[in-house]
Design a protein around this ligand. Structure first.
Ligand code: ADP
Ligand code: MG
Length: 694
């Protein structure tokens, strides 16, 4: 049995392997390309490719793939083998620099939102050398970005990399103003906490809704759910523990820093958190984590549900996106410092984030928008759909004193002057974290909690990075021309706090009173995905993305359309699944039971026994069956009238007409479930699913 240190990163073509296997010059050229984004020339690429191939073959790989993240789905890969014929009926194993750097998958069925005309349906993939190649299931996977021939992004990684570049550029300007010259790069770093459910595979297979849509479309609440809170951080069941052990080992082999695992709030719900890393790598790793969770669960007779709300009335799953900014010299720029200068710098980055969150609330909301997450946000278990920020009492008091020109505490007479005074110490608060806040400062990072469990974190980070880059750009423009830097800095910070403190809310985000208060403050409330998505194309947002070259206007239109289309497709599949289950499983089962009851009533009458119970129940069930059937017909009608064309109107229709019609069917069917005998109900119940893993 190998130790963790031995297996860690054993399937990754990482720095240690590169150093060991590449000639010195090649290694240096590759390192430069990785560190400062320099282009590799073909000679270097050929040497790297060959070394990579030899290494991969030694580890049993026979194929390679350009591994990328399309705009929908987890990841995409098309395998090519290394074999190349030699002309004498034999083969050699080959892999060239050209094949490493650029791939041309025939990717015409990936959604492009009209970016690719069919006559040039091929896109190309380009190696992202900052994310190491790795071996998965005998395939050498090369992390890549995916673009059209015109250079438009067709994936989630390209804009993410562009947004990281934008923050890097602007943050370096700010650091220069503070006289910091040793940092050559500023990176955003992320640690995503991943929540998920595990259910027994044999029960999962009997639920068409889980199989087709990832969530239950029917299901009455069981007598016990999460009322006792006895699952949270509870003892992990042996089968789950075995799953987690294997998952950790597989993740470690891929160099993924899986760190913590525990039971979550709901029964059958769990969480895995890695140690944070550079954002594009953290994103790749999170995609791999989701993939491996699903694959490994199967080996243990379970299915991993990544849907945001697999069970109605039971806490759903999210993905807390812990975000920070740091220099290549290892300084975390969103951590309060020790000296006045460090603190001034911290406050400047802090207010940049505050301003970014306030001005681009809509973009953050959009980055967490999906049909699945709509069932979770604002459901009194996850942050509301209104974006706000939590800073904690200590930091709040400091910002208040700057804002109002008042002493930070009564004993101090002098006013707090940014850049001159040491900030009063505020302990990293670990006790009273506000779990209800969508965007919380937690001592040395910001935790964005709206992201759904099934989503890629690339969207959220693309938005955060770009918005913060824009604020830093404005700050740098202003401060670079200031005559008195300290004065200008103080004024700027105070001005930003005064203009944007409406976004700060330290109270209970689950409280309905907050939604009313938020409206008074003029904050945006975009309750659902169809409400949120059109804002992607608001003028201010187009300006933001084009200024920082993260998205072109064409790319934004394409993304908006793809997301709207995806929403419509998902709700449509759910509605069709519901119709099928109601007609082919639920109604026949319930009607069958009614006829058994009726038979019994007749028989009892014959022998003169009172059949009141059976009669009443049969009548009640019959009425409910009729009600389900009416709901089914109504849903069918609604689906027949989906408007063609305009995607905004279509997504609104799915939300306003289809979802409510589905709710009607469900309400009646769930009542039937409660009245039918367990052995007659055709699908596993919530109780079976949530408590089925022993
Ligand atoms: P919790 O939020 O559950 O209390 P932690 O604070 O330990 O847990 O961390 C949660 C996640 O935040 C982990 O993935 C951790 O690696 C990540 N994290 C910690 N520090 C930073 C940081 N400076 N930047 C980004 N992520 C961080
Ligand atoms: Mg957390």
């Amino acid at each position: 049995m190998s130790t963790v240190t031995e297996i860690f990163s054993s399937r990754v073509f990482d720095d240690a392997v590169m150093q060991q296997r590449l000639p010195k010059e090649t290694y240096k050229a590759l390192r430069q390309a990785i560190n400062i984004g320099k282009r590799l020339d073909m000679d270097v690429a050929n040497v790297v490719a060959n070394a990579m191939k030899d290494w991969a073959i030694e580890l049993g790989a026979t194929h390679y793939t350009h591994w990328f993240q399309p705009m929908t789905g987890i990841t995409a890969e098309k395998h090519d083998s290394f074999i190349s014929p030699t002309g004498d009926g034999r083969i050699i194993m080959e892999f060239s620099g050209k094949e490493l750097i650029k791939g041309e998958p025939d990717a015409s069925s990936f959604p492009s939102g009209g970016l690719r005309a069919t006559f040039e349906a091929r896109g190309y993939t380009a190696w992202d050398p900052t994310s190491y190649a790795f071996i998965k299931d005998g395939v050498l996977c090369i992390p890549t970005a995916f673009c059209s021939y015109g250079g438009e992004a067709l994936d989630k990684k390209t804009p993410l990399l562009r947004s990281m570049e934008a923050v890097n550029k602007q943050a370096l300007r700010i650091l220069k103003l503070f006289g910091i010259s040793d940092a050559q790069a500023v990176k955003t770093e992320v640690g995503p906490e991943q929540e998920y459910f595990l259910v027994p595979v044999e029960l999962y297979d009997r639920r068409r809704d889980l199989v087709y849509t990832g969530r239950t479309l029917f299901g009455a609440k069981p007598p016990k759910c999460q009322d006792l809170d006895d699952h949270y951080f509870g003892v992990i069941k042996p089968r789950v523990a075995a799953f987690m052990k294997e998952l950790n080992e597989e993740l470690w082999k891929l160099g993924i820093l899986a760190k913590t695992e525990h039971n979550e709030a709901a029964p059958a719900q769990h969480e895995l958190a890695p140690i944070f890393s550079t954002t594009n790598i953290a994103t790749d790793h999170n995609q791999l984590t989701m993939e491996l969770m699903q694959k490994i669960a199967r080996r243990h007779g379970m299915v991993c549900l990544l849907h945001e709300k697999p069970f109605e009335g039971v806490t759903g799953s999210g993905k807390h996106n812990n975000w920070s900014l740091s220099t290549d010299t290892g300084v975390n720029l969103v951590k309060p410092g020790e000296t006045p200068a460090e603190n001034a710098q911290f406050l400047l980055f802090l207010v940049a984030v505050i301003k970014a969150v306030d001005e681009y609330q809509d973009l953050l909301r959009i980055s967490a928008a999906s049909a699945g997450n709509d069932h979770r946000l604002g459901a009194h278990e996850a942050p509301p759909a209104v974006v706000s920020m939590f800073l904690g009492d200590e930091l709040n008091a400091i910002l208040d004193s700057i804002k109002n020109d008042t002493p930070y505490n009564a004993r101090e007479k002098e006013l707090l002057k940014v850049g001159v005074h040491v900030l009063p110490r505020f302990p990293k608060d670990t006790t009273d974290r506000n779990r209800t806040s969508p965007f919380a400062f937690t001592g040395n990072k910001f935790e964005f909690r709206m992201v759904g469990s099934a989503a890629s974190i690339s969207d959220a980070n693309t938005m955060i990075n770009t918005a913060v880059a824009e604020e830093l750009r404005q700050f740098a423009d202003e401060l670079e021309t200031a005559e008195n830097f300290e004065e200008a800095l103080h004024d700027l910070i105070r001005r930003v706090i005064r203009a944007h403190d409406r976004i700060i809310f330290n109270g209970n985000g689950y409280d309905d009173a907050w939604i009313a208060e938020a409206e008074k403050r003029g904050l945006m409330n975009l309750p659902t995905t169809p409400d949120a998505l059109p804002h992607l194309l608001d003028e201010k947002n187009i300006k933001l993305f084009t200024t920082h070259k993260v998205f072109s206007e064409t790319e934004l239109h394409a993304r908006c359309e793809i997301m709207q289309e995806n929403y419509c497709k998902i709700v449509n599949i759910e509605a069709l699944t519901m119709l099928e289950m109601a007609r082919r499983e639920i109604l026949p089962a319930a009607a069958g039971y009614v006829s058994t009851l009726v038979d019994s009533v007749c028989k009892k009458h014959e022998v003169g026994i009172d059949a009141g119970y059976e009669k009443d129940l049969a009548a009640e069930l019959s009425a409910l069956c009729a009600s389900v059937n009416r709901g089914v017909k109504a849903l069918e009608d609604v689906l027949d009238n989906v408007p063609e064309g305009d995607k905004t109107a279509q997504s609104m229709y799915y939300k306003n007409a289809v979802l409510p019609a589905m709710a009607e069917v469900r309400a009646a069917a769930d009542k039937l479930e409660v009245l039918c005998p367990a052995d007659r109900w055709p699908i596993p119940t919530y109780g079976d699913l949530l408590f089925g893993v022993k």
